[in-house]
Write a protein that binds this ligand. Structure first.
Ligand code: NDP
Length: 259
């Protein structure tokens, strides 16, 4: 008689914000493969929620508190529990800091930083009942900043700080909170940089050379670490920001001629 192996996230319920594409979609898939029931919350609800029977999708605007409250309540009403919150939804745009639009600044904060705060505010009571975990999407731009990314970098630095604050405040309730700080990952978020460039192939090659591992990241590279942070295997890890960048930030830049 064959017995099915118990999957790592069996009987866990996870929510992934902004999971209808890119990194969030890869995370949703990875968590589902590990046995979790996953609900994607996104502005767009794809008709085929990522092609896995344990993944469903519901409307969510992380920047609107009533939307967050309704989303969390619906997940708990439908699935009975909530164990894992992945705060992945994020936006990025280029704008010089001088003359920066105040509306766009406010929108970046609302989606990238207030959104995760609202999710945790409404989910923590449920997470506490289940020794739950939170994983936030930070960025290497929370450590250092590309030109014209003031709003984005400020929100990602904020996420790194919020992650530590949540680990400290929610630890006594049995909730762990960590973040990942991805480097350049191949998604729609940054594809426009590459695609709009007349010498696209040169850019792709130059980007790969920035990384000691010789390539840019894939959404699955991030999803694998998020799944570990969401699982009991990382049970003594909290308040950490784990960099996933193929070694890019481990190497200080040198003039091209020297290497
Ligand atoms: P994408 O732009 O590909 O996907 C982001 C998703 O979030 C989209 O589905 C988007 O919906 C959704 N979203 C945006 N605003 C909201 C909102 N208010 N409420 C709910 N959902 C929303 O991004 P990535 O997959 O590349 O990035 C995911 C996360 O990883 C982000 O937090 C990003 O900052 C971070 N990150 C990404 C890196 C990269 O190189 N790609 C590097 C470092 C960090 P819609 O389609 O409607 O906009």
């Amino acid at each position: 008689m064959s017995t099915q192996p118990t999957l790592e996230l069996q009987d866990r319920v996870a929510v992934v914000t902004g999971g209808s594409r890119g990194i969030g979609q890869a995370i949703a898939r990875r968590l589902a493969e590990a046995g979790a029931t996953v609900v994607i919350g996104d502005l767009n609800e794809p008709s085929d929620p990522v092609g896995h029977r344990s993944i469903s999708c519901a409307h969510l605007d992380v920047a609107a508190e009533d939307s967050v409250e309704t989303f969390i309540a619906q997940v708990v009403a439908t699935h009975g529990n909530l164990d894992i919150v992945v705060n992945n939804a994020g936006i990025m745009f280029e704008e010089p800091v001088v003359g920066h639009s105040t509306d766009r600044w406010a929108r970046a904060l609302a989606v990238n930083l207030t959104g995760p705060f609202l999710m945790v505010k409404h989910a923590s009571e449920h997470l506490a009942a289940r020794q739950g975990t939170i994983v936030n999407l930070g960025s290497i731009e929370g450590y250092a900043c590309n030109p014209n990314h003031a709003a984005y970098a400020a929100t990602k630095g904020g996420i790194h700080g919020l992650t530590k604050a949540l680990a400290v405040d929610l630890g006594p309730m049995g909730i762990r909170c960590n973040a990942v700080a991805p480097g350049w990952i191949d998604t729609e978020l940054n594809a426009s940089y590459v695609d709009s460039h007349p010498e696209r192939e040169k850019i792709v090659e130059a980007l790969a050379r920035l990384h000691p591992v010789g390539r840019i990241g894939d959404p699955a590279d991030v999803a694998n670490v998020v799944a570990w942070l969401a699982s009991p295997r990382s049970g003594f890890v909290t308040g950490q920001v784990i960099t996933i960048d193929g070694g890019r930030t481990a190497r200080p830049s040198l003039p091209d001629v020297l290497w």
